[in-house]
Design a protein around this ligand. Structure first.
Ligand SMILES: [Zn+2]
Length: 197
């Protein structure tokens, strides 16, 4: 029987996505056994991220600086903007290393069922950002779900009349698929063969 402190740690870990009570117990045992090489670096990393965590005021990415590392990178193609639902989607595309432009995180998708309206998402800031000029192409990289596509269509309507080319991810995106769960090959194929929206 573990102490209340160890039990609390186990329960906190078990609530993380992808873990569960069983994996959490294994993780805790590992941390206890490898205190110096596993627990200490984990503690330091958690503290540092927690202290510096911020949301990028330009794109909505989560990083330890504002603007985030992507927005601050001078090698990025500022004429190319990729719109995603969540930070997880941005990170998934970033892992593929194929998108040279910048991003815009909506913070969700339109959903009548869950009561998510346009004003709940970063859509106004997206329109403002694009209306300010300097962007040639906007990639609508919403998930291939009904709600994702509804969101993409709504954004396309809002951007009507602005001098930008709208494209979307194509090829290999499974219907109902979420970007975060795709392997990098599928994701890079979808990005390479993006089509006009
Ligand atoms: Zn940013």
């Amino acid at each position: 029987m573990a102490s209340p402190e160890i039990e609390a740690l186990t329960q906190a870990l078990a609530r993380l996505p992808g873990l569960g009570p069983r994996s959490a117990r294994r993780a805790v045992l590992h941390l206890i056994k490898k205190r110096e090489v596993a627990m200490a670096p984990l503690l330091r990393a958690l503290e540092q991220v927690n202290e510096r965590l911020s949301t990028c005021s330009l794109c909505g990415n989560v990083d330890t600086s504002d603007p985030c590392a992507i927005c601050a990178d001078p090698r990025r193609d500022t004429r190319l903007l990729c719109v995603v639902e969540e930070v997880a989607d941005l990170w998934a595309l970033e892992r593929s290393r194929l998108f040279p432009g910048r991003f815009h995180v909506l913070g969700g998708r339109l959903s009548a069922l869950e009561g998510v309206r346009p004003e709940d998402l970063a859509i106004d800031t997206l329109v403002t950002r694009i209306a300010a000029g300097g962007i040639d192409e906007v990639v609508l990289a919403m998930n291939a779900t009904l709600e994702g596509q509804t969101t993409a269509h709504y954004i396309a309507e809002r951007l009507e009349g602005l001098p930008v080319r709208l494209t979307r991810l194509a090829h290999g995106l499974p219907v109902g698929g979420e970007l975060d769960y795709l392997d990098e090959g599928t994701l890079s194929a979808a990005l390479k063969s993006r089509t006009a929206f």
